[in-house]
Design a protein around this ligand. Structure first.
Ligand SMILES: [Zn+2]
Ligand SMILES: [Zn+2]
Length: 100
């Protein structure tokens, strides 16, 4: 992900999960009860994650400027990863799964 300093910088400004349904920062969940936004906020017990907006390799993610990053809560991050894994599988050259 990003460096500690960068993470601290971003988390010092952004205090809530930036997941927005129907935007480039969606995790794939509709967040219907809150009108498309995620209500999760940054707390010491439940720290938010700083992640790249685009699906880039980890070695590239560390070099991204803050505007290319977004902040997400644990649940959204997990949902986003699952969604990216799925789209990656459909668009990339198929990797053979285990045969047995
Ligand atoms: Zn969230
Ligand atoms: Zn979300």
């Amino acid at each position: 992900m990003s460096s500690d300093r960068q993470t601290a910088l971003i988390l010092g400004v952004v205090v809530a999960c930036q997941c927005r349904a129907d935007s480039s920062t969606t995790c794939g969940r509709p967040h219907k009860p809150t009108g498309g936004t995620c209500p999760a906020i940054h707390t010491p017990h439940k720290p938010l994650h700083v992640i790249p907006r685009a699906d880039v390799p980890p070695e590239l993610a560390t070099t991204l400027p803050p505007e290319e990053l977004m902040v997400m809560c644990d649940a959204c991050h997990a949902a986003l990863l699952a969604m990216r894994r799925k789209t990656r599988r459909t668009r990339a050259v198929p990797v053979p799964e285990a045969l047995f």
